[in-house]
Design a protein around this ligand. Structure first.
Ligand code: AMP
Length: 215
C-alpha cells in the first residue's frame, strides 16, 4: 500500500491512518508527528520549526522533504506507507512524485477526507491524544473512560498547543490556499478518491478499506 491522506486539519487523517496501520501493518508517516518529535528532542530542525508550528504556518518545504526522504528509506517503508499531512502544497507534491519515481514506488492513491470547515474548529479544540501511543480522542464525541488517561495504554492525554481557535483558523486558511489545489493535482493523475469525513469513524474506515483493497 502506497497512499497519502489529504484533508484539512482535524478531518480525521491521523485517526484513520492509525486504524490503517493496525489493520494492514503499513507505517504511518506524518510530517506533523516527525516535526513534533524534533521539537521535543530539541534538534536544530525542531527549534526552527517550533515557532512556525505554534503560529499555524507551514515549515519550509526543504525541511519536510528532507525528513520524508530519510523516513521513506527506513526499512519498514519498503512494504508501503501511509503519508499523513504530506504533501501540503504543489511543490511538495511534485518533489514527492520525483522521489517516488527514483525509488520506483509510484503512489497508488490519494484519499481525501472531505469535512465541513466550520465543524473542524469545534472538532480540533476538543481533541486530545495519548503522549505514549498516539491514540486520539475527542472530548465531545469519543472521550476516554477516565479523564486525561488513555483507554488503550494508560498514558497521559495531551492537547496540542497549536490546537487553539486562533491557530486553527490560520491552519484552515493555509489548507484552503495551499493544500486544496492538490485535489485537482491528484484528480489529474487519476489517483484521487474522496470520502465523506463527517460520519461515524468506523463507517469512514470501512470506506477507506474498500478503497485500499480495490484501487
Ligand atoms: P499536522 O500534525 O499535520 O496538523 O501538522 C502540524 C504542523 O506541522 C502544521 O501546522 C505545520 O506547521 C507543520 N507541518 C506538518 N506537515 C507539514 C508539511 N507537509 N509542510 C509544512 N509544514 C508542515
Amino acid at each position: 500500500m502506497r497512499i497519502l491522506l489529504l484533508g484539512a486539519p482535524g478531518a480525521g487523517k491521523g485517526s484513520q491512518a492509525k486504524m490503517l496501520v493496525e489493520k494492514y501493518k503499513t507505517p504511518q508517516i506524518s510530517t506533523g508527528d516527525l516535526l513534533r518529535a524534533a521539537v521535543a528532542e530539541g534538534t536544530e530542525i525542531g527549534k526552527q520549526a517550533q515557532k512556525l508550528i505554534d503560529a499555524g504556518q507551514l515549515v519550509p518545504d526543504a525541511m519536510v522533504l528532507g525528513m520524508i526522504k530519510d523516513r521513506l528509506q527506513e526499512d519498514d517503508a519498503k512494504n508501503g506507507f501511509i503519508l499523513d499531512g504530506f504533501p501540503r502544497n504543489q511543490a511538495q507534491a511534485i518533489a514527492l512524485d520525483e522521489l517516488l519515481e527514483t525509488l520506483n514506488w509510484p503512489l497508488e492513491a490519494a484519499i481525501l477526507l472531505d469535512v465541513d470547515n466550520e465543524k473542524l474548529v469545534q472538532r480540533i479544540t476538543a481533541r486530545e491524544s495519548c503522549e505514549d501511543c498516539g491514540q486520539m480522542y475527542n472530548l465531545i464525541s469519543s472521550p476516554p473512560v477516565n479523564e486525561g488517561i488513555c483507554d488503550k495504554c494508560g498514558g497521559k492525554l495531551i492537547h496540542r498547543a497549536d490546537d487553539n481557535e486562533e491557530t486553527i483558523r490560520k491552519r484552515l486558511d493555509i489548507y484552503v490556499e495551499q493544500t486544496t489545489p492538490l485535489i485537482e493535482y491528484y484528480q489529474y493523475q487519476h489517483k484521487l478518491f474522496k470520502i465523506d469525513g463527517m460520519g461515524e469513524i468506523e463507517r469512514i474506515f470501512d470506506s477507506m478499506c474498500k478503497i485500499v483493497e480495490n484501487y
